[in-house]
Design a protein around this ligand. Structure first.
Ligand SMILES: [Fe+2]
Length: 510
């Protein structure tokens, strides 16, 4: 365990965290206390044992075999919760600063760089197709949607097909505003019809069949494989309520449509992969978090199993997590959640079906290379290849490297909110503000592997002084938090394979 902690500390990026009480202006401030940020490769969970194949929920009770058409070999990529905010909607000022405080470490100030990096990541991974599982935008503004669509066009221009699912931030969002100084002003948002039009090249025009009641659609990506993109959002009442509804539901009509489509696919010999924004299975290990799961999940999981489509790819929870369900009769379902691209460590996923009927689920992350596109060479082409005209040092750029910056944004945003909660809590309100901020910084760092799907069953690598402080005032609260953040229910969340016939999984890490 000590060895493992040392490995992380050595390999981790050191990011400084403020122990001062937060304010808007402190979000990007120079900070004092160094804490390690989990590096790209986390160690194995402490109780990892390489025992080979096991059931979806980590035990060896008997399972039913999936029936239905076999999946063809394929490789695709998913990203989720891009939460893009167009720079044309930000004129700085207090209103935007206040908005940043509530945004969970999303990289809204450098959102265009994120979109460019997404294009680079997709082009370097070269999947056969990309699915974006919702929350393309921060607040559903038309300008933000247009930026996203333009970047998706760049991906398709390079021969990679793109499909989008709507998320709860994207359609009829009454929070679509421009930030101007101390004020916000409403800007054009996007209703369901406009969404279909904007993303016609990324699903809707390619759809062989669409649901009449929602924005769900089906595409035959190639012979033998169909994808069905669900619309799990509730946006019709947003304008009347004045807030975007974050809840998810499939609804009776979409469910019946899905049943018919799965029946048809099975009859016609095509396997189906499902995609949607909201969770189908709870991804937390604490019994909390059912608010993220679609209301009619029992019906949906039944429909998926009966229809021979036991895999669904989702987003929304901002965590890289694989959850599985085992029915009483041995039925099984996997819900593969992709983390938020807009939040450090900017995770994405690759799904691969191999010719022997196994489904590999791998995790990837944006790297600093993705932020330095190929054409960042300041070059002119005078025939005979580009000639460099300026070195990087000649280019004036004061912004810090993106990942270093976004890790700090994450820790600070998380710690700001967490410190406020600690001071509000009976047990921890006796902490000084500086102490609460230190404990909150520790909590932020402990949370990182959780959201990256790399729970390690331990937290002793993260700022022991702050941990001891927390333990001294509220030991049970600390223990419950650590339990929630460092433990994960099976299966593992990155780099596993699922046997598509038996439903068992195993780790690909050796
Ligand atoms: Fe969402």
């Amino acid at each position: 365990m000590i060895q493992k902690a040392a490995v992380i500390a050595a390999a981790g990026v050191v990011v400084a965290v403020s122990v001062a009480w937060s304010s808007v202006s402190l979000r990007r401030s120079r900070l004092e206390q160094a804490v390690p940020i989990p590096p790209a490769g986390f160690p194995f969970p402490a109780d990892h044992d390489d025992t080979g194949w096991t059931g979806p929920t980590g035990d060896d009770r008997p399972l039913l075999e999936r029936t239905g058409p076999p999946y063809p070999a394929l490789r695709f990529m998913t990203v989720s919760d891009v939460h893009h905010l167009s720079s044309s909607l930000v004129e700085g000022g207090e209103a935007f600063a206040r908005f940043l405080e509530t945004n969970d470490g999303k990289v809204l100030e450098r959102s265009e760089e994120l979109l460019d990096a997404l294009v680079q990541a997709v082009l370097s991974e070269r999947p056969e197709f990309l699915v974006v599982t919702g929350d393309l935008t921060s607040n559903g503004g038309l300008a933000s949607h247009r930026d996203v669509a333009a970047h998706l066009a760049e991906i398709e221009a390079n021969g990679i097909r793109v499909f989008v699912a709507p998320g709860n931030h994207d359609i009829s969002n009454p929070w679509a505003v421009r930030f101007v100084g101390d004020y916000t002003e409403r800007v054009a948002s996007v209703d369901a019809e406009a969404f279909v039009h904007l993303y016609r090249e990324y699903g809707y025009d390619e759809a062989q069949v669409r649901d009449g009641s929602t924005l769900a659609y089906e595409v035959e990506v190639y012979p033998g494989l169909r994808i069905i993109v669900l619309d799990t959002n509730i946006y019709d009442t947003n304008e009347a309520r004045g807030i975007p509804n974050a809840a998810g539901v499939v609804g009776r009509r979409q469910m019946e449509w899905l049943e018919r489509r799965l029946d048809t696919a099975a009859r016609e010999g095509a396997a189906v992969l499902l995609f949607g924004h909201h969770s189908v299975i709870s991804h937390t290990n604490s019994g909390r978090g059912m608010t993220h799961v679609i209301e009619d999940w029992p019906e949906l999981t039944r429909t998926m199993w009966d229809g021979g489509a036991p895999l669904v790819f989702t987003g929304h929870i901002h965590a890289q997590d694989v959850a599985a369900l085992r029915g009483n009769g041995g039925e099984w379902i996997y819900d593969v959640a992709t983390g938020a691209l807009s939040i450090y460590p900017h995770a994405y996923r690759l799904g691969t079906v191999t010719t022997d009927g196994r489904f590999k689920i791998e995790g990837g992350r944006l790297t600093q290379d993705h932020f330095l596109p190929q054409d960042s060479c300041h070059c002119v082409d005078i025939g005979g290849g580009p000639v460099e005209t300026a070195s990087d040092a000649d280019i004036q750029d004061d912004s810090p490297p993106f990942l270093e910056w976004s890790a700090r944004v994450y820790v600070e945003s998380f710690a700001d909110r967490f410190a406020a909660r600690l001071l509000d809590n009976e047990l921890t309100s006796r902490l000084t503000r500086a102490e609460a901020r230190a404990v909150a910084g520790y909590a932020a760092v402990v949370s990182m592997p959780h959201f990256a799907g790399e729970e390690t069953n331990e937290e002793d690598w993260a700022n022991p002084e702050a941990r001891d402080l927390w333990v001294s005032v509220a030991p049970d609260q600390h223990a419950a938090y650590v339990q929630r953040m460092t433990r994960d229910r099976p299966p593992f969340d990155n780099d596993i394979e699922v046997n598509l016939t038996t439903g068992q999984w195993r780790t690909l890490r050796r």
